[in-house]
Design a protein around this ligand. Structure first.
Ligand SMILES: [Zn+2]
Length: 145
């Protein structure tokens, strides 16, 4: 009687163990694919996601700076905004998350990043992805800019 009861329990435990091992193997395979480098770029999926997020953060920082330039321009009509001039006036110029140097174009409101969006004429750094484009503030009409 006891031998009949223990036999199905042992097979059930064996089934759970095999199922658990299969699930762990599937998780290792899926996670391993994320860690393996892409064949075209040579970068892992996580590295590419990190680069994209830093590029997006840089774009957001430049958009925030463009708003500050617009506000600064309201108080300094006729003056051309530069990063140095903004810092002198206490404007918080946000940094590029990858250490790029922000610059303001000759028009006074187009913001470039040396890594993510180099100014025309500046060569993009080797290995950089396609730039998202310059950030130009949306200046309301009638401000004479
Ligand atoms: Zn940048």
């Amino acid at each position: 009687m006891f031998s009949r009861r223990s036999s199905p329990g042992a097979s059930r435990r064996g089934f759970y163990l095999i199922g658990l091992l299969i699930v762990i193997a599937i998780l290792f395979i899926l996670y391993g694919k994320e860690l393996l480098p892409d064949k075209t770029t040579g970068k892992s999926t996580q590295d590419m996601a990190l680069e994209r997020s830093k590029g997006a953060a840089c774009t957001a920082n430049r958009q925030a700076l463009s708003v500050q330039i617009t506000a600064w321009s309201l108080n300094h009509s006729g003056e051309t905004a530069t990063v140095e001039r903004l810092r002198q006036d206490g404007v918080n110029v946000p940094p590029c998350p990858e250490g790029g140097v922000l610059s303001i174009g000759a028009d006074g409101h187009t913001i470039y990043c040396s890594i993510h969006d180099p100014a025309p004429g500046d060569a993009p750094p080797a290995g950089s992805t396609s730039p998202p484009g310059p950030v130009v503030p949306n200046i309301p009409s009638g401000l004479g800019m």
